[in-house]
Design a protein around this ligand. Structure first.
Ligand code: PHE
Length: 460
């Protein structure tokens, strides 16, 4: 059987974890919730909830060495059908996310071309108009790309989809591990270069960014920050959607599980902070509002790059969006793999065939979410007042991901025999650590996730 090398596993899982979320979610949430006070909270939650569920999913994958759907039912004799359904839901959740995640990576690809062309209309107004007027132009460019330029969006979507499917079709070693061993170090170097530039060229923006992200302000921490940290930990660690289970089924026996897990979490946080410092240096340097979500990446930043002049701005812009493309692609392939692995294992078909079937579905669902933003089209199939893409995101990340996370935690905590877990983990961790982990996965993690779900579904 094809298996990851030790480093390959860490890079692949880190590749999954480090994604678009690190660029537009982490920096904003951290900044708004009290900087490093929140980072400390986030680290704490990673320790008591994120890492325990991560290790739980790892154990399901490693003990069964099976695809996520059959992994659960292979490890128990009771309620097999129910656990199969849990496994299938997590595979399906990943697949749903993959469909619209690829659409968003398509936008990133378009912005690479835009950066190469010097940001077109945005560069015209960058220095001549007032900041808010220029910002409106930048916003207008993004909105009109989204609502009118369906052709370009579709082309970019297909390009990204084809790339991702091609990589997954090459398998664990020749495709996924290989891509990550190139892309993850390249991503790191790109970010390092950009960080060095932002430190050297900024006149105060960098120190303000560092203060925004790193100086603790405990007065901003409240119950809500706790929930935010939990949701963020879930999303950025790629939990609850069969990724860790699937990758761990191909994990080498001689890997040190605890060390690999901590490496992944460390890389994820380090890259998130680097991205945050880069983004906010530019934001503060130009006194731009630290906007939220896609607005930050697709509206504020292009304007700031355009303001930096044609040479530096182009270099920085291309560098940033290429880094984001790498981060996105390594995450996207990690969510396409679980369903592929399931089809290949369960129905004994080739990877190519499995990917033809999955790819066809992704084209349909992906195009439906892409078109949901296009004016004159998307209005016709709103669900609960949400565009189709937003609806998929809501259902997948707010409902299905946490549900599957709880499923995995309960399965490991109460269904798998403790002896099997001890056999798996004790060679890699002291007994006391095992005991703490076991309490976390049985009680603390499920309780915390339920709290997040309740809050997410009924916001106060
Ligand atoms: N962790 C990725 C990010 O931060 C997102 C992701 C979610 C990737 C789910 C895979 C699965 O963007």
């Amino acid at each position: 059987m094809n298996r990851f090398s030790k480093l390959g596993y860490v890079l692949a899982v880190a590749g999954s974890a480090v994604g678009l979320g690190n660029a537009w979610k982490f920096p904003y949430v951290v900044g708004n919730n009290g900087g490093s006070a929140f980072v400390l909270l986030y680290l704490g939650i990673c320790l008591v909830v994120g890492i325990p569920i991560f290790l739980g999913e790892l154990s399901i994958g490693k003990l069964s060495e099976s695809d996520s759907v059959n992994a659960f039912s292979k490890l128990t004799d009771k309620f097999k059908g129910f656990w199969k359904a849990v496994g299938f839901t997590s595979v399906l959740t990943g697949y749903i996310i993959a469909c619209y995640y690829v659409v968003v990576i398509g936008w990133v690809l378009y912005y690479i071309f835009m950066a190469l062309g010097g940001f077109g209309d945005i560069s015209m107004v960058a220095n001549s108009a007032s900041f808010s007027e220029a910002f409106d132009t930048s916003k207008g460019v993004f909105i009109s790309f989204l609502t009118q330029n369906w052709l370009m969006q579709t082309l970019c979507f297909f390009a990204v989809l084809a790339g991702c499917v091609f990589i997954v079709s090459r398998g664990i070693i020749g495709g996924i591990e290989r891509l990550n061993t190139y892309m993850m170090p390249s991503l790191f170097i790109l970010l390092l270069v950009m960080l060095a530039y932002s430190i050297s060229a900024s006149s105060g923006g960098f120190s303000e960014a560092a203060r925004f992200l790193l100086v603790p302000n405990f007065s901003k921490i409240n119950f809500n920050s706790f929930l935010e940290a939990l949701g963020l930990a879930f999303f950025t660690m790629s939990l609850g959607i069969a990724v860790i289970i699937t990758y761990s089924a191909s994990l080498n026996d001689n890997a040190n599980f605890l060390r690999s897990t901590f490496s992944v979490v460390g890389i994820n946080i380090l890259l998130a902070i680097m991205m945050g410092l880069i983004i906010f240096t530019f934001i503060f340097e130009f006194n731009a509002p630290p906007a939220q979500g896609p607005g930050l990446v697709f509206m504020s930043l292009p304007l700031l790059f355009a303001k930096m002049g044609s040479v530096v701005g182009t270099l920085m812009g291309v560098g940033f969006f290429v880094a984001l493309l790498f981060a996105g692609v390594t995450s996207a392939i990690s969510i396409i793999e679980p369903f592929t692995f399931f089809l290949v294992r369960n129905y004994n078909i080739s990877r190519a065939k499995a990917l033809c079937i999955l790819g066809a579905g992704m084209v349909i669902i992906g195009l439906a979410s892409l078109l949901s933003n296009v004016s004159g089209v998307g209005e016709h199939y709103q669900i609960f007042g949400m565009g189709f893409l937003d609806f998929l995101d809501y259902v997948a990340s707010k409902i299905l991901m946490p549900l599957c996370g709880i499923g995995a935690a309960i399965f490991v905590g109460f269904v798998i025999k403790r002896d099997g877990l001890e056999l798996l983990f004790l060679p890699h961790m002291p007994k006391a650590v095992f005991e703490i982990w076991y309490i976390c996965i049985r009680f603390i993690a499920p309780a915390c996730v339920i709290a997040v779900m309740i809050n997410a579904l009924w916001p106060r």
